[in-house]
Design a protein around this ligand. Structure first.
Ligand SMILES: Nc1ncnc2c1ncn2[C@@H]1O[C@H](COP(=O)(O)OP(=O)(O)OP(=O)(O)O)[C@@H](O)[C@H]1O
Ligand SMILES: [Mg+2]
Length: 262
């Protein structure tokens, strides 16, 4: 295992592709491998935060001063914004609905692409965490640029559906742009999500993706499973909610695959 903290973001401008679900479950899975993990909720929808805490607690974070929006707005060291989750080895920087105006906040700032990178610099340097996982919103703009500039790797969850692939071209174009200011950023891989093996879209999606040069597709794919929705309804990672479920096993396998690439 390499030393230091690895920062991975989960991004795709296509909405509902499984970014938040993958971020929280891979995060929890990594803790089951003995890793220490910090999750950062970069989306105003608060989904990552809701995957670990109940609604009242999440809204409490969002309305308080200890959330990502406040940290970015004040350009603080984000160490002070970390909260412990009910799960061992798993911490979170919660989000706020005010993240909706983050683009506006960034606009006036000096070196505005690097605010998040600077905000987590001390966290990285401390070496407390093996992984920092960032959940990105379904947009492509200055804020997602910040998320990508702060990351070592991007993992792109792609939904196995006819429209799942549509728009991936935009994502790659955006990544090319980002690479000009973040040349170190690597594409960790594409993970295919919400697979219904009874449908042909999955094979088609897989074939299309395999044709792309230099793009790794993870061996593990995630099938549609009601266990995901039940676990989210209970504000818990699926492995903590129902370890025997299919998606719990799949997300554990994905966490192992990601950890093995370390
Ligand atoms: N494997 C799965 N089986 C069943 N439902 C799933 C699965 N993965 C995700 N979902 C559901 O699909 C929806 C979208 O997932 P998720 O919120 O993780 O996507 P997202 O890319 O983060 O969305 P957004 O772009 O809005 O941030 C959610 O309602 C989630 O419960
Ligand atoms: Mg999301």
């Amino acid at each position: 295992m390499g030393a230091g903290t690895k920062v991975i973001c989960f991004a795709n401008n296509k909405g509902g592709s499984g970014k938040s679900t993958t971020c929280s479950n891979v995060g929890y899975g990594l803790t089951q491998l003995g890793r220490k993990v910090l999750l950062i909720d970069g989306d105003m929808q608060l989904n990552l935060s809701l995957s670990l805490f109940d609604e009242d607690t999440v809204l409490g974070f969002a309305q308080g001063s200890r959330n990502l929006y406040e940290g970015i707005r004040r350009q603080d060291d984000l160490t002070d914004y970390i909260v412990h989750t009910p799960y061992e080895g798993l911490d979170l920087i919660p989000s706020s609905t005010l993240m909706s105006s983050i683009e506006y906040e960034l606009f006036t700032k000096w070196q505005r692409e690097y605010i998040l990178k600077k905000g987590i610099a001390n966290i990285r340097e401390s070496g407390i965490y093996d992984y920092v996982l960032i959940d990105a919103p379904p947009t492509l703009g200055g804020w997602v640029m910040n998320i990508l500039c702060a990351s070592d790797e991007i993992v792109i969850p792609v939904e196995a559906s006819p429209w799942g692939l549509f728009g991936l071209g935009n994502m790659f174009e955006f990544l090319d742009e980002v690479k000009q200011i973040a040349p170190e950023l690597k594409l960790g891989g594409i993970v295919i999500t919400k697979v219904d093996t009874r449908k042909n879209y999955f094979r088609q999606t897989l074939e299309t993706l395999k044709e792309l040069d230099d793009v790794k597709v993870f061996d593990t794919y995630i099938r549609v499973d009601s266990g995901i929705e039940w676990s989210q309804d209970n504000n818990a990672p699926v492995m903590a909610y129902k370890k025997s479920s299919r998606s719990a096993k799949e997300y554990m396998a994905l966490a192992e695959e990601i950890d093995a690439a370390r």
